[in-house]
Design a protein around this ligand. Structure first.
Ligand code: NOJ
Length: 758
């Protein structure tokens, strides 16, 4: 018998035994539990290590001993989690271990690029690896469960949390969601280095009206199914063990009390078997939403809709026992929720070892390990997007005198973003450090701060009250600019590091003006007058409106918040040691008034390009329709040429399993080796519903040396052509389809084929 076959047989024989054993174990535990203890398993409190919401509950240690808490979040380090776990497994009646959750969003101690930045790598292997490393570090540090991946599609960069997601596109977003789940959980949750993943925020949290966080969401079901739901489903198919409800309502129903969402769709249609945790105090917020008269009703609504564990408000713990007594909640439903939570604990191996092998020495061995930092540097450089590079000002000439200017140039705190878990910003490599390490300090790398991030003192103190660390240079803006201009004059080229402070994006950080703060623009304008070439290095958490900024700069590098190794990664790109390959996963608007803006729009009955002379078409009088930088955009130090695509067939039959190949030749026509992300889009030319002008359906990363050509093949399947119709059935319709290939969503070469009945 082959090894594979025997391994498969062993699995087949063992799996049912394992699940029987698990069911028996949980059944017997359930039989011993009081209603209060059951409600306790469905209760999660924040420990006092971090503050991520409006209130902290301090009585939780005593509650753990009483068996009234099933989970703690915001607690880490082996020492601290061990102390809390001991209370549960040594002093509570049934000794049920706690599950420790934490927002390990883009790294635990070694911080990787913010998710929006990392998504710009389009590198699923790298993305999976960063999640793997995050899980390895977090689990060694006592964490069992991460509140990631956040997979909310968003087309509105006013919403600060776009920084945590993978951008605007459901196809790419789904692939990234699955890759991150694989990285966190692996195939074996019981392994000590795995952590349970949470897909969040269910659902459509990324589409709040006006881009204002927590605000109302309202959209058609077709749009919800087509564009917003796919990444949650992909993460669940990949095995994500938990789902977090969203703060928002959809069409009048808050997600946390939405039975259709949490039960009919999630359990019925998608067969999700894990447990649902609410977002922070989201049960209690049902009262604020105005759908529950009081906390008790809120608990009943959330619980009967399908939320299994309540985060932080304690309302399931406080009210489920009475609700059971008065029979407005059934014991069956209570047991079902408790079973789901206990199953997760069982799968993680917590009943065997409630500490999961976490120890100081293990943590010391992995936190910020050299290999992790090296990976973080590589993933960071893959995430950088070269937006503009006129006259090839980049890569920099190593012999040049470089003026490194700007409030972000020596910045460390902001580079790890605002969900930086156990990250230590003092260990972060600034841009200045990265460049001087590569070039040596002294005569050739000059520095001036040039400006503050903000001059708005009210905003600064507000942000600093909420975990910000914005440092202010008290000199007058004109004086700082003058010094910077003088430094620029002594240089050959200016590397100008501007951007947002981390607290200006992320949760509760919606903004209406997406340009750089005016005082940073003043610095840019003054430096422009020196006549030195300007390389603008942006550090920020969302798409910005960069019309002026890019006009005034010769090169623009979008570096997001790249994490622990940011400075070295940026230096690698500036100096040409790494040829940039990142591509935007969210459109960068030309003007805030264009928002929402995304590449996969439909055509309208009066389609327009911004330039024609016709007035009565869908256009703005004062701005183009097109974004400044479209989805998929990103330059390289070399150039790539695409041949026209060739199709293996002229037709595709409407049968599952049928495929069609799209083949084209990609050539590196420039002077540098480099990696291109070739993109494939399709368009349904005429259908029973209006269809997007293009939709991403494939991509491939191809590395080519100068002059090298490669034939690239991508497949189209029947599934790629399907869409949700008005009855919410996913169908494909016969007819003509266009296939487009290219290096961004705007510059594409087309071929077409027909989908025909079988
Ligand atoms: C609120 C956020 O919306 C959610 O993403 C996070 O996981 C929780 N707070 C816990 O910190």
């Amino acid at each position: 018998m082959s090894f594979r076959l025997s391994a498969a047989l062993i699995l087949l024989v063992c799996l049912p035994a394992f699940s029987n054993e698990k069911a028996r174990f949980i059944d017997s535990l359930l039989r011993k539990m009081t209603v209060e203890e059951k409600a306790g398993q469905l209760t999660q409190y924040s420990a006092d290590m971090e503050k991520t919401g409006p209130q902290i509950y301090d009585g939780y240690e005593a509650e753990i001993v009483k068996g009234r808490v099933g989970s703690i979040f915001n607690a880490y380090t082996p020492e601290y989690t061990r102390r809390l776990q001991k209370l549960a497994v040594e002093r509570s009646r049934l000794k049920i271990p706690l599950i420790f959750g934490y927002d390990v969003i883009h790294g635990h101690r070694t911080i990787f690029p913010i998710p929006l930045g990392e998504s710009a790598s389009w590198d699923l292997h790298a993305i999976e690896q960063s999640a793997r490393i995050a899980a390895t570090e977090a689990s060694a540090d006592g964490v069992h469960w991460t509140f990631a991946p956040m997979v909310d599609i968003s087309r509105d960069p006013r919403w600060g949390r776009v920084s945590e997601g993978a951008g605007e596109d459901p196809y790419l977003g789904s692939k990234i969601a699955a890759a991150r789940v694989r990285g966190f959980q692996t195939k074996n949750l019981a392994s000590e280095s795995s952590v349970l993943a949470t897909v969040k925020h269910f659902a459509a949290y990324g589409a709040p009206e006006g881009g204002r966080d927590y605000n109302v969401v309202d959209m058609s079901d077709v749009r919800l199914f087509e564009d917003y739901l796919p990444p949650y489903e992909a993460a669940i198919r990949e095995g994500a063990g938990s789902v977090m409800t969203a703060f928002n309502e959809i069409a009048g129903v808050p997600s946390t009390s939405n039975r259709w969402l949490l039960t009919d769709l999630l359990r019925g249609l998608w067969k999700f078997a894990g447990f649902v945790v609410t977002d922070y105090t989201a049960v209690q917020e049902l009262v604020q939403h105005g759908v529950a008269a009081n906390d008790r009703e809120a608990a009943r609504l959330g619980f009967t809709a399908g939320a299994d564990m309540s985060m932080q408000d304690g309302l399931f713990g406080a009210h489920l026992p009475e609700l059971i007594k008065e029979r407005t909640v059934s014991m069956e439903r209570l047991d079902q929720a408790v079973r789901r939570v206990l199953e997760a604990k069982y799968d993680l191996g917590l009943f065997k070892d409630p500490y999961r092998g976490a120890s100081e020495s293990k943590a010391n061995g992995v936190l910020l390990a050299k290999a992790h930092r090296e990976k973080a540097r590589d993933i960071a450089r893959r995430s950088i997007v070269l937006l503009k590079n006129e006259k090839n000002v980049l890569p920099l000439d190593r012999r040049a005198t470089i003026a490194v200017i700007g409030p972000m140039a020596k910045n460390q705190r902001d580079l790890i973003g605002n969900w930086s878990a156990a990250g230590d910003y003092k260990k972060t490599v600034s841009l200045y450090q990265g460049l001087t390490e590569a070039l040596g300090s002294g005569e050739k790398v000059l520095y001036a701060r040039g400006s503050n991030i903000l001059e708005d003192r009210k905003l600064i103190s507000f942000l600093n009250e909420h975990l910000g660390a914005i440092e202010v240079d008290e000199r007058a803006p004109a004086e700082m600019i003058e010094e910077a201009v003088e430094v620029a004059r002594r240089s050959d080229v200016v590397v100008l590091a501007l951007g947002e402070s981390q607290g200006m994006s992320g949760e509760a950080a919606s903004r209406t003006r997406l340009r750089l703060p005016e005082n940073q623009l003043d610095l840019l304008r003054a430096l422009k007058k020196t006549g030195r070439p300007i390389v603008l290095v942006l550090m920020n958490g969302r798409p910005l409106v960069l019309e002026t900024e890019s006009l005034l700069s010769d090169a623009v590098l979008e570096t997001w918040f790249l994490g622990t190794e940011a400075g070295r990664a940026i230096a690698d790109v500036l100096l040409g040691d790494y040829n940039p390959s990142g591509k935007l996963t969210m459109s960068f608007p030309a003007h805030e008034g264009q928002i929402p803006i995304y590449y996969s729009m439909t055509k309208t009955g009066r389609p327009a390009t911004s330039t024609g002379s016709n007035k009565y078409v869908s256009r703005y009088l004062d701005a183009p329709n097109e974004p400044l930088y479209p989805f998929g955009w990103g330059l390289s130090y070399t150039s790539f040429e695409y041949s026209d695509p060739r199709l293996s067939e002229k037709t595709l039959r409407m049968r599952d399993g049928e495929t069609l190949s799209v083949i084209f030749t990609l050539t590196n026509t420039g002077r540098f080796s480099g990696e291109e992300t070739a993109q494939l889009y399709v368009r349904d030319v005429s259908a029973s519903m209006t269809r997007p002008l293009k939709q991403l359906r494939g991509f491939k990363k191809v590395y080519l040396n100068p002059g090298e050509s490669r034939e690239v093949e991508m497949r189209i399947t029947l599934d790629d052509l399907k869409f949700f119709n008005r009855e919410l059935k996913r169908i494909a319709e016969p007819g003509e389809f266009e296939v487009m290939v290219g290096g961004n969503s705007n510059d594409l070469k087309t071929a077409s084929f027909w989908l025909i009945k079988k």
